[in-house]
Design a protein around this ligand. Structure first.
Ligand SMILES: *[C@@H]1O[C@H](CO)[C@@H](O)[C@H](O)[C@H]1NC(C)=O
Ligand SMILES: [Cu+2]
Length: 336
């Protein structure tokens, strides 16, 4: 692939690392994926990425034992829904979501033939939030052609009154009115329900203050992984993670079914990027730094040997397997 030939150094390095460390998941990187910020991508790559997502939404699911997911795209959302309570507010919150992103990118590539030079993308919300003179809804990420469509139309969607439906955000929200996913009907959500409904958004500028670059800078000053992960793992009230979900609003504010919106993956890639930058800043101490409970409110600490599962998506991996993004099965770096 184009990328691997342009940065052979990373390929060589990651090949070395994955043979040198005794990771249970055998494999070496055959290419190094480069995550680009959405607005830094070429227009043709933005369109290629969007077509690949649409392709995933039209591919049949692989695991016939689960009745509710109706597509490969749904299967990613479903696995997140079913495992939500096991992968949030725990030590492996960041590693689990990192690998979910890797598997999603693999599916875009390998199952949907997305062979552009830019393999993956993240959404650096600080670039929108810092421009306080521009409404968030004017972000290029919400472009109707070279983006994921814009805001929801207030009043066009009423969430079911069912506790399993969970929080759909607050304030004005509704079905998205334009863009490549305008007519998309989700099969899963809200929450743990399985209902057919549109992609729901409610973009609200008051979340801006939770995703400013000054906030990210502060988060990156965390001295320990424990401090770092506690800040980024908080969902609704917290900076950056919660803030990215909050900017988009609607279903993105539902901790279970947020993956209904393809923006979920670009938001989480950026959160992962913040972790990556924290790791990169002091690799000898941070690349394999891990802590936090194995389950919500649990007393047992997650170790690098902790096994994470991804039903219908891929084989189990350990936390250690995903700590170094340059090593297999990650095989990626961020553009900046
Ligand atoms: C994968 O991990 C899950 C959860 O730890 C476990 O229940 C399952 O048996 C594992 N599967 C394999 C094939 O090891
Ligand atoms: Cu999540």
């Amino acid at each position: 692939m184009l990328l691997s030939s342009s940065i052979p150094f990373f390929v060589a390095l990651s090949g070395f690392l994955s043979t040198a460390s005794a990771v249970p998941t055998a494999g070496t990187c055959t290419e190094m994926r480069l995550f680009k910020e959405w607005r830094d991508m070429e227009k043709q790559d933005q369109l290629g990425y969007i077509s690949a997502v649409q392709c995933l939404m039209n591919l049949p699911p692989k695991d016939p034992s689960r009745p509710d997911p109706k597509s490969r795209f749904d299967e990613f959302q479903a696995t997140h829904i079913y495992l939500t309570d096991r992968v949030h507010s725990v030590g492996h919150f960041l590693p689990w979501h990192r690998h979910l992103g890797t598997l999603y990118g693999n599916a875009l590539h390998d199952e949907c033939g997305y062979k552009g030079p830019i393999a993956d993308s993240f959404w650096d919300w600080t670039r929108d939030a810092d421009r306080t003179d521009v409404p968030l809804k004017d972000s290029p990420i919400f472009d109707p052609v070279y983006g994921f469509g814009g805001d929801g139309v207030p009043g066009t969607y009423t969430p079911p009154r069912d506790p399993l439906g969970g929080n759909m955000g607050f304030g004005p929200q509704g079905c998205i009115a334009d863009g490549p996913f305008k007519d998309r009907l989700s099969n899963l959500g809200p929450g743990r329900l399985a209902t057919k409904h549109c992609i729901v958004r409610g973009i609200q500028d008051f979340w801006r203050n939770t995703v400013l670059s000054s906030i990210v800078k502060k988060v990156l000053e965390s001295k320990t992984y424990e401090d770092f992960r506690i800040i980024v793992d908080s969902f609704v009230t917290g900076p950056i993670h919660g803030g990215g979900h909050g900017i988009v609003g609607g279903e993105m504010l539902n901790i279970y079914s947020a993956g209904a919106d393809p923006l979920f993956y670009l938001h989480h890639a950026n959160l992962d990027r913040v972790w990556w930058k924290w790791q990169e800043a002091d690799k000898s101490n941070r690349l394999y730094a891990m802590s936090g409970p194995t389950e919500q409110q649990g007393n047992v600490q997650v170790t690098l040997d902790f096994v994470m599962d991804f039903p219908a998506l891929g084989p189990n991996v350990t936390v250690r397997d995903v700590m170094d993004s340059r090593a297999y099965p990650g095989c990626f770096v961020y553009d900046y």
